[in-house]
Ligand binder design. Structure first.
Ligand code: GLC
Length: 419
């Protein structure tokens, strides 16, 4: 195990750019939002100061309205598309204009606990609470509905870029009228493992729609041609609110603790609306049509990461057991029984260690430690067999996408720390 710990540490060090960490060189040369929160979690096993720097850099790029952008373009790099010149958000340090899953609050609570007894570090943790809380409030204010559920306005926001969950809603986003562009991702990674050209046109169509609205978030939330409520995205946000409340309480910020707990409660109640009894999991909701989306993805399992009732958590545990009959490794990002799934294509079936980690952690907290252990073991088997890849085939562990990947390394450090 020491060998893997060493390899994971080396990957974090190699991707470390001093005040932020890139996901992997070449394919992703900037700071990504939820990648950074997982990087902080990984660094917390190596160097707590460095873990905090990661979150501090992320939050220093928060927008005035509270949003925290999904990419921060610290340096110019022509090797990535769409880069800062496409987004044109006019931020002091250029950023994209959409957000990503709110993992930072979860990471901060892990750091606070590990920094016990170190007043300098705890003061820095304390300084992060208010900005992260403003981000959470932004979600419920700008993207929330009367049920306490928040929507994403671009598939990239979910972090599960080309999930089958978005196919139907994405059909309504035009492919015509997009400025000409040249993809860069396919020169760094196998095009067969990446989203399609048609999907890229739609991704960029939305970026151009939002740019045309001058990055006014209230207008974007109203007018985006893509508006989907993702149970996984909501669960991560709910978890972050619960954990931020714990940070605030333990560091003497009671008013934020209360507000944050109230947001989490609102979110948990909202999730009920997305439960699909016949499938033993949650589903996405298309906000523009009001319909649930029949698509059995890992987004619908992630709510086990929050305080849903035990019966539903148990049903999710059973659902995961059934997935093991379709796949050799857990947890495929989409049911392989679905004819639209693709073994090696990004979020359409492959396994991602960060998702495995959140599901396993949730299962354990709900009392299903055996199932959690099985997932953790599969995660470690994947890196032993195939290295620290971006994602893996659920059938034969083929490593896919980029390699020496930051969040894969971070999760390995986290898993090994508990062994
Ligand atoms: C891809 C993933 C996204 C991640 C980014 C950087 O776009 O889908 O979740 O944040 O790469 O690793």
């Amino acid at each position: 195990m020491e060998k893997y710990r060493e390899q994971a540490r080396n990957i974090l060090a190699a991707n470390d750019r001093g005040h932020y960490t890139i996901p992997t060189s070449g394919l992703y040369p900037f700071q990504w939002n939820w990648d950074s929160a997982f990087a902080a979690l990984g660094f917390s096993h190596v160097d707590l100061d460095r873990a905090l720097v990661e979150l501090e850099t992320l939050m220093a790029n928060q927008w005035p309205d509270g949003m925290v952008p999904h990419i921060i373009f610290h340096e110019h790099d022509e090797g990535y598309f769409p880069n800062a010149d496409v987004w044109l958000t006019l931020r002091p340090t250029p950023t994209s204009g959409i957000t990503q899953p709110a993992v930072a609050g979860f990471a901060l609570w892990q750091i606070v606990q590990r920094a016990a007894g170190q007043p300098n570090l705890l003061d820095r943790c304390k300084a992060l609470i208010e900005p992260i809380h403003r981000w959470h409030q932004w979600f419920y204010r700008i993207r929330g509905d009367q049920d306490g559920l928040v929507a994403i306005v671009h598939p990239w926001e979910s972090g599960r870029d080309n999930s089958i969950d978005w196919d139907e809603a994405f059909e309504r986003v035009p492919t015509e009228g997009v400025s000409e562009f040249k993809r860069r991702d396919t020169s760094h990674a196998n095009p067969e493992h990446r989203p399609t050209d048609e999907q890229y046109k739609r991704y960029i169509w939305l970026v151009e729609q939002f740019r045309g609205l001058d990055w006014d978030n209230a207008a974007i939330a109203q007018q985006s041609k893509f508006q989907v409520v993702d149970p996984g995205f909501n669960a991560i946000l709910i978890r972050a609110c619960t954990d931020l409340a714990q940070c605030a309480e333990s560091l003497g910020m009671e008013p934020i603790a209360q507000e944050s707990r109230a947001l989490a409660e609102l979110g948990i109640n909202g999730l009920d609306k997305l439960w699909a009894d016949e499938l033993d999991q949650y589903l996405c909701l298309d906000r523009l049509t009001g319909d649930l989306v029949m698509s059995e993805s890992v987004g619908g399992l992630l709510p086990v990461f929050v305080g849903i009732d035990t019966e539903k958590a148990e049903r999710i545990a059973e659902r995961i057991q059934r997935l093991k009959r379709e796949a050799n490794y857990l947890v495929p990002s989409h049911s392989l029984a679905d004819s639209r799934s693709e073994e090696l294509r990004y979020w359409r079936a492959p396994i991602w260690l960060i998702v495995n980690y959140m599901i396993a952690r949730g299962l354990r907290e709900h009392g299903f430690s055996e199932q959690a252990e099985e997932i953790d073991n599969d995660s470690l088997t994947l890196i032993k067999e195939s290295g620290f890849a971006e994602y893996y085939s659920p059938i034969d562990a083929t490593p896919c996408g980029g390699d020496t990947f930051t969040w894969t390394a971070a999760i390995v450090l986290e898993l090994l720390a508990h062994r």
